[in-house]
Design a protein around this ligand. Structure first.
Ligand SMILES: Cc1ncc(COP(=O)(O)O)c(C=O)c1O
Length: 390
């Protein structure tokens, strides 16, 4: 199978290898909160371990966690799922992969607005499906128009897939677009929608809108979420999905054959995370907001950079077309890969080129790093971009 390596992970590995060579690399390439998991969640894990929760769990997840997830959906998202409509998995990445494998057959089409999260495309290909991208622009905050969905959707379309808030752009899909999607999907009964809401708690304006809560989308949407981003729990590997019963049952069957239930201790820690205070998540969000403003201001000062103000997540995704076809010393910058490599080796800052996100003129910069690191990184990026000549 011709599968591409995850570009974000590949860049992080290169940065690590330079670091191991003694270089002072600032890593702004990986999507990981720099905070530790809140204390009460870690305490719950310790308690679970001491209480002997060291055995296999039910495949779909421990009952108490599924209940906590249902309560969360009701309380925060106005979504009334039953416990058997929930499947807990080893990270949201696994949830999405289960869904794609369960829904998409050879030759089926999946509509994915660009820029997209890198793994969506490869997962669709692994299932034998055809990713059908919809192009968006930084100048329009990367929000697609309903006419673009209308022109791509057909009887072979099995899925529409996006993240809101988005990785890599921080774009949040407005309610008006979701309402139009709800109307459109009425005419395509075989087409489902995956709404990846993993960045829900890292939202800077307004209240998060769950796609499934709009119009008639509840029966057509599978909501994916997880603990990694909002609770600083990337290493715990807990994600979950909620949606129509027959889809959850199919994914549960699949999970039963590939990994069984997710890690028992991490599931118990997740119960505490969901049932207890969101205050630590809010504090992290506020820190990300301060960093977003800093990085956006610094980028806005640079000549030629076009940037959409990210409304959520912890990335900026500037359009760097202005810096293409430039030179410095032996460097020739013809695409965003060249620019990312130049910034890594010349400025010692790791970022990710736009191509794997389906937007070749973009560059993803994660601001999940300390303010000191961000200040140093932005100074270096600014100096490196200034020395590029046409
Ligand atoms: C949009 C998006 N979805 C899903 C994931 C996967 O999250 P998890 O750590 O729960 O597998 C990520 C992680 O980078 C992401 O950015």
């Amino acid at each position: 199978m011709r599968l591409s390596e995850s570009a974000t992970i590949a860049m992080a590995q290169k940065a690590r290898s330079l670091k191991n060579d003694g270089k002072d690399v600032i890593a702004l390439s990986l999507g990981e909160p720099d905070f530790d998991t809140p204390k009460h969640i870690k305490e719950a894990a310790k308690k679970a371990l001491d209480s002997g929760f060291t055995k296999y769990t039910p495949i779909a997840g421990v009952a108490e966690l599924r209940e906590a997830i249902c309560q969360k959906f009701l309380r925060e998202n106005n979504l009334a799922y039953q416990n058997d409509q929930i499947l807990v998995s080893t990270g949201a990445k696994q949830s999405i992969n289960h869904l794609i494998l369960s829904i998409v057959n050879e030759g089926d089409e999946v509509i994915i607005p660009t820029p997209y999260w890198v793994s969506y495309i490869e997962m669709v290909r692994m299932a034998g499906g055809r990713p059908i991208p919809i192009e968006t622009e930084a100048t329009n905050d990367f929000i697609p128009d309903i006419s673009q969905f209308q022109s791509k959707i057909n009887d072979k379309t099995k899925l529409i897939l996006f993240s809101t808030p988005s990785n890599p752009t921080g774009t949040v899909y407005p309610k008006s677009l979701l309402e139009k999607l709800s109307a459109l999907l009425q005419d395509y009964p075989n087409c489902f929608l995956i709404s990846d809401e993993i960045y829900e708690h890292i939202l800077y304006e307004g209240k998060h809108i769950s796609t499934a809560s709009i119009g008639n989308l509840f029966d057509k949407t599978i909501t994916v979420n997880g603990m990694s981003k909002g609770f600083a729990m990337t290493g715990w590997r807990i994600g979950y999905m909620a949606g129509p019963l027959e889809i959850i049952q199919a994914c549960t069957k699949l999970q039963g054959q590939v990994t069984s239930g997710a890690n028992a201790i991490a599931q118990h820690a997740s119960i505490a995370a969901l049932n207890e205070s969101l205050e630590p998540s809010k504090e992290m969000k506020n820190a990300f907001l301060q960093r977003r403003d800093y990085v956006v201001n610094r980028l806005n000062r640079l000549e030629g950079i076009q940037i959409n103000p990210p409304k959520g997540a912890f990335y900026v995704f500037p359009d760097i077309a202005y810096y293409l076809h430039t030179k410095y010393k032996h460097w020739k910058i013809d695409n965003s890969n060249d620019l990312a490599m130049y910034l890594l080796e010349e400025a010692l800052v790791s970022t990710v080129a736009g191509s794997p996100f389906g937007y070749p003129n973009g560059l993803r910069i994660s601001y999940a790093a300390s303010m000191q690191e961000l200040e140093k990184a932005m100074d270096r990026i600014e100096a490196a971009l200034r020395q590029l000549n046409k």
